[in-house]
Design a protein around this ligand. Structure first.
Ligand SMILES: C[S@@+](CC[C@H](N)C(=O)[O-])C[C@H]1O[C@@H](n2cnc3c(N)ncnc32)[C@H](O)[C@@H]1O
Length: 283
């Protein structure tokens, strides 16, 4: 589906510029997640929904207190810290953004898991902080969609995992490539705004298989995530004109304008089933 554009610099700039906005959200929600929640009830709060998503991801792989888990794109640490706290497992979180890694370290102290979790600034295409065969599970919650080279990420997963190691990628993917031209145009617009690339399930499955992983499983959890997409859209839509003007006169970042605009395209694409949320695992 088209040509991927290099995105690492764009991703760095986006998350660095959004740290202030994320801090305000975390203050309101009481956790430090940067992922979609899974809603069983429309009036679930964001913390409950965010934790439920991590539980669903964890259900697809084997994690216990003897496991070593590598979290790719750990953001400000929510998923890495939750895994350590929930399973007593040893966890390493990596992310591109130094500021987020600092926040993750402070958060691990607050949550009393600093002995179980370590954080490194690292690019998941390189994983220079991780040694060969040293992990049981590689976990990526809404991070590998930012890759313009999933093959390199999968090769790194293969390198750092033990013989029986498992991967789990939870994210938005296109169920197939049967979309119309206008849907594909909208999808690529969203990808540009979010500094990401949305692959089809088949593309991910072949990349993962080429990297030496079998038993590819896809769990579709879209319906539980729809309320989150709709909330983001409703709270952002009226702000689009404001951030468009504010970014033009230097009062808001282009990244804040873009993620606000993205919420509208996301709403349309999810409503029309052009993209769906899957938890993909393989071993
Ligand atoms: C949507 S956030 C998810 C954060 C975290 N997993 C969570 O659930 O809160 C995606 C994260 O992936 C990180 N990321 C994107 N590309 C990366 C790369 N090449 N290497 C490491 N981290 C990356 C971003 O910096 C961002 O923190």
């Amino acid at each position: 589906m088209g040509l991927k554009e290099s995105s690492t610099e764009g991703v760095e700039s986006m998350y660095s510029n959004l740290v202030g906005v994320h801090k305000r959200i975390w203050k309101a929600t009481g956790n430090q997640s940067i992922h979609y929640g899974y809603y069983e009830d429309d009036d679930d709060d964001m913390d409950t929904a965010s934790t439920r998503m991590m539980e669903l991801v964890a259900d697809t792989v084997d994690i216990d207190r003897h496991s070593r888990v590598l979290v790719l794109g750990c953001g400000a640490g929510e998923d890495a810290i939750w895994i350590a706290d929930e399973f007593d497992a040893e966890v390493v979180g990596v992310d591109l953004i130094e500021d987020q890694i600092e926040l993750a370290r402070e958060y691990a102290w607050k949550r009393n898991v600093e002995d179980l979790v370590t954080f490194h600034t690292d690019d998941f295409h390189e994983l220079s902080s991780a040694s060969d065969g040293s992990f049981d599970v590689v976990w990526a919650l809404e991070s590998v969609s930012h890759s313009d080279n999933l093959e390199a990420v999968v090769d790194q997963c293969d390198r750092v995992l033990s013989e029986q190691g498992q991967i789990v990628f939870a994210d938005w993917f296109a169920p197939d490539d049967s979309m119309s031209d206008s849907e594909e145009k909208r999808l690529r617009k969203l990808d540009n705004l979010m500094r990401q690339w949305t692959d089809t399930l088949d593309e991910v499955e072949s990349t993962v298989a080429a990297g030496g992983f079998d038993d590819f499983t896809a769990v579709d959890v879209t319906d539980g995530v729809r309320p989150a997409v709709s909330r983001r859209y409703k709270s952002s839509f009226i702000m689009i004109p404001f951030y468009t003007v504010a970014s033009a006169i230097g009062l808001a970042s282009a990244e804040l304008r873009d993620v606000t605009k993205a919420s509208y395209h996301m709403h349309v694409l999810v409503r029309d089933d052009v993209m769906r949320y899957y938890i993909l695992s393989a071993s």
